[in-house]
Design a protein around this ligand. Structure first.
Ligand code: NI
Ligand code: MN
Length: 239
């Protein structure tokens, strides 16, 4: 029997790796743990029912194959990545493409455009990179931008009443702190969590000014340390 509760928690596993727990369901995003100097858990111990993979780069695909094999989790990704994963022995998958959505047990997953690249570790094409818009069965909407530049169509997400936007701020490979503010302005989320920074020195960031600027834009900045989590309750009541 599935526990029906509105509450969820979102744990930062560092970089763009996330563990969303909603009721009994565990949803992993971009599980880059092995070789990640900031990962608070190992690929051998993490549990998952679903694994969302945003693109083919090793710092996002990460341990998806091994975790799917061990846990039997269903992998959600663009069709090219799903085909590649089938070749690695992954059985349960949901192939998608930009603009499409699927209804899964925990809610709806839509994949959004990401302005980036997506070559798989062996050089195969990962198709196009993506972000994820999750609408939980409770109605809460969480947006994971994943690796992307800012693009003006992010403003279309303002219609989705995004409760929490997870944005890359590391610069160099993705938006940096300054351009991520353009994304906050466009999306108008209630809260913002930064990611894809401090994993290695090229993407080290001091977010002191960023935190203030996000608040000025009317969103709640939530800066986590690797391993820390927020809950829906803490987001809506304590802050
Ligand atoms: Ni990337
Ligand atoms: Mn990346």
């Amino acid at each position: 029997m599935t526990r029906q509760t509105q509450d969820w928690s979102l744990q930062w596993l560092s970089h763009n790796a996330w563990l969303l727990r909603y009721g009994e369901t565990r949803i992993l995003v971009d599980p880059f743990l092995t070789g990640n100097p900031k990962a608070p858990v190992t690929a051998a111990e993490v549990k998952a029912d679903f694994i969302l993979v945003s693109h083919g780069h090793a710092d996002h695909l990460g341990d998806a194959v091994q975790i799917a094999e061990r846990t039997g989790a269903t992998v959600v990704a663009v069709a090219e990545i799903v085909t590649w994963l089938h070749g690695k022995g992954v059985k349960k998958t949901v192939p998608m493409n930009i603009g499409g959505g699927v209804n899964l047990s925990f809610g709806r997953v839509e994949i959004t455009q990401a302005v980036h690249s997506s070559t798989l570790p062996d050089g195969a094409s990962g198709g196009v990179p993506c972000g994820f818009l999750l609408t939980l069965t409770s109605g809460d909407t969480l947006y994971f931008a994943c690796d992307t530049a800012f693009y003006s169509d992010m403003a279309l997400l303002a219609k989705k009443n995004v409760l929490l936007a997870v944005l890359p701020v590391g610069d160099v490979f993705t938006m940096g702190p300054e351009t991520s503010l353009e994304a906050v302005r466009a999306i108008q989320p209630k809260a913002v969590i930064p990611c894809h920074f401090d994993t290695w020195s090229p993407i080290a960031q001091n977010l002191t000014a960023w935190r203030q600027q996000v608040a000025v834009l009317g969103a709640e900045p939530v800066i986590l340390k690797p391993g820390e989590e927020i809950t829906r309750k803490s987001l809506l009541t304590q802050r």
